[in-house]
Write a protein that binds this ligand. Structure first.
Ligand code: ADP
Ligand code: XUL
Length: 540
């Protein structure tokens, strides 16, 4: 029977822990989430994070993630969910974050007492209580050092898929080692958020998968092995602290007896490697050739499935989580939902409805008013501050509220299109934009996306594509183990959400295609924005 057994997907994201259960027909039967700020106020996070006084250091408490897992599993159990029917589970995590397991923690992980919640069992297991996460940009010096050590930024990109980025885990580990060598020495294992979460289920250290491992500036993405020169540059004896790397849909083993005894899981329930949230989203969105996926979560990301990668100084190439011979390209924009929330609070009385009305009542192209809004130091491009230009291209200090709202959303999508084109992406007649993440539930935001790209926008039934992708990976991993991957085709299709408004392709205020090619058009504000300026004050 189709509903006899389940696959679970967990997503340890920045602001929340989510879970999805799917049945044998790969249909979603259950969704739930724990919001860190709301449900775990004792950790004092805002948006799931702690921003430190220097504004560059950003961390999240590791025990908050553990406690969130305790709560969500307890809640599913009291709702009557039958864990005994779960055949396999997998998960995803915000990328790049690192978890530091203290000497002796493995032993503790292997002997979990089912009478107690995980967070009290693991209280003393972490040498760093607050884990550095992807929003951290405090490691510039380490980035320069790593690029120099391998022969320059392009050489590092050729090896690892990306030039050095502050949030990438190798640079974070290098900072940890140099600032707190005694803590590094007390650490027996360093996990990514994804492999840390897998370890909780496995009751042992879980390996890092190829795809999330590509976000560390440490993995050779063609050979799929750790790069010795990168390891040695970041910290001594790092290889033994990272463990092995495995294909993203490998079965790692069976669930720890702790979950069988405490929640009624079957002892046979298999754990499939956890991966990063963007790779999991790629699996959840079921991308086809020519599609472009746009995820509008805490960060905004844009990604593509590619076969022949050409690592560049902008954007990232990761190993593909579904087909290991293939790759994915990714662009990450830090000022996503939190920036939209700030403008919503300032200009729309904190209401998404009023925010949407402003988008619906202003014309595409915003009558020539353009804005770029980087509350936090942006990743793509590296820039900070708010920059507004009126129709005469003059810098202005404010806009009327409805113009401000459109300028924000149009500016965010123009930047995405221009950066994607810069990576070689071409919008073609068959191009579909697949939207996901919290803000993809907002039709008016999607309309702007569709107009700026001049392409139809599709969504899937759940906005939580990372979580859904993790559940698919669980089913897929198990099928590969049993050599029966045929027939594993999700039935729920993409839903057409919006199409471009007539004339969107001729809007004089949107960048023409190929705007970043050298030439006279490259003088528009949006094109200038994309020149990779490393000034913290001004994007131009
Ligand atoms: P993450 O997985 O990174 O934690 P999500 O993909 O769940 O984040 O997205 C959460 C964000 O979705 C919130 O920060 C919120 O700003 C945004 N969001 C939720 N509903 C709407 C809406 N109706 N319009 C615009 N944005 C929304
Ligand atoms: C991707 C990135 C973010 C995180 C958080 O490179 O830093 O998208 O994965 O979701």
């Amino acid at each position: 029977m189709a509903s006899e057994s389940y696959y679970l997907g967990f997503d340890f994201s920045t602001q929340q822990l989510k879970v999805i259960a799917i049945n044998e027909g790969l249909q979603v039967v259950l969704e739930d989430n724990i919001q860190f700020d709301r449900d775990l106020p004792e950790f004092g996070t805002q948006g799931g994070i702690h921003t430190h006084r220097d504004k560059l250091t950003v961390t999240s408490p590791v025990l908050m993630w553990v406690k969130a897992l305790d709560i969500i599993l307890d809640r599913l159990k009291s709702s009557g969910f039958n864990f005994g029917k779960v055949r396999a589970l997998s998960g995803s995590g915000q990328q790049h974050g690192s978890v530091y397991w203290k000497n002796g923690a493995r032993d503790q992980l292997r002997h979990l007492n089912a009478d107690l919640p995980l967070h009290s069992l693991l209280e003393a297991c972490f040498s760093v209580a607050d884990s550095p996460i992807w929003m951290d940009s405090s490691t510039s010096a380490k980035c320069h050092h790593l690029e120099e050590a391998v022969g320059g930024p392009q050489e590092l990109a050729n090896i690892t898929g990306s030039r050095a980025y502050e949030r990438f885990t190798g640079n974070q580990i290098a900072k940890m080692f140099h600032q707190k060598p005694e803590i590094y020495l007390q650490t027996e294992r360093i996990s990514l958020v994804s492999s840390f979460a897998a370890s909780l289920f496995l009751g042992d250290y879980a390996p890092i998968d190829y795809s999330d491992g590509s976000g560390m500036n440490l993995l050779n993405i063609s050979e799929k092995t750790w790069s010795e020169i990168c390891l040695d540059t970041c910290a001594p004896n790092l290889k033994e602290r990272l463990g092995s790397v495995v294909p993203s849909n490998s079965v790692l083993g069976s669930v720890s007896p702790y979950y069988a005894d405490r929640y009624g899981f079957s002892r046979e329930c298999r754990i499939v490697a956890f991966t990063g949230d963007n790779p999991a989203s790629l699996a959840g969105m079921r991308l086809q050739q020519g599609d472009i996926a746009v995820s509008l979560g805490t960060s905004d990301t844009l990604f593509l499935w590619i076969q022949d990668p050409t690592p560049a100084l902008e954007g990232h190439i990761f190993c593909n989580p579904v087909q290991h011979q293939d790759y994915m390209a990714l662009l990450c924009f830090k000022n996503g939902s939190l920036m939209r929330e700030r403008i919503r609070d300032e200009c729309a009385s904190g209401s998404w409805e009023i925010f949407s009305q402003a988008l619906a009542s202003t014309p595409p192209g915003n009558s020539g008013n353009v804005g770029f809004y980087f509350e936090a130091m942006e990743i793509t491009p590296q820039a900070v501050g708010v920059h507004r230009f009126n129709a005469d291209s003059r810098k202005v200090s404010e806009f009327p509220k409805d113009v401000e709202i459109r300028a924000l959303v149009e500016g965010q999508f123009m930047a995405k299109r221009i950066h994607a084109e810069r990576l070689g992406y071409k919008i073609m007649p068959q191009t579909r934009i697949l939207a996901t993440g919290g803000a993809s539930s907002n039709q008016d935001i999607l309309q702007v996306l569709s107009d700026v790209f001049n392409a139809p926008v599709y969504t899937i039934a759940t906005a939580n594509s990372a979580c859904l992708g993790a559940a698919y990976q669980a089913a897929h991993g198990l099928a590969i183990e049993a050599s029966v991957s045929e027939g594993l085709k999700p039935t729920e299709g993409h839903k057409l959400a919006v199409t471009p408004r007539p004339g969107a392709d001729k809007n004089p205020h949107y960048p023409p295609s190929g705007v970043l090619m050298p030439g006279p058009q490259a003088s528009s504000h949006s094109a200038q924005l994309c020149t990779n300026v490393r000034s913290p004050h001004h994007p131009y």
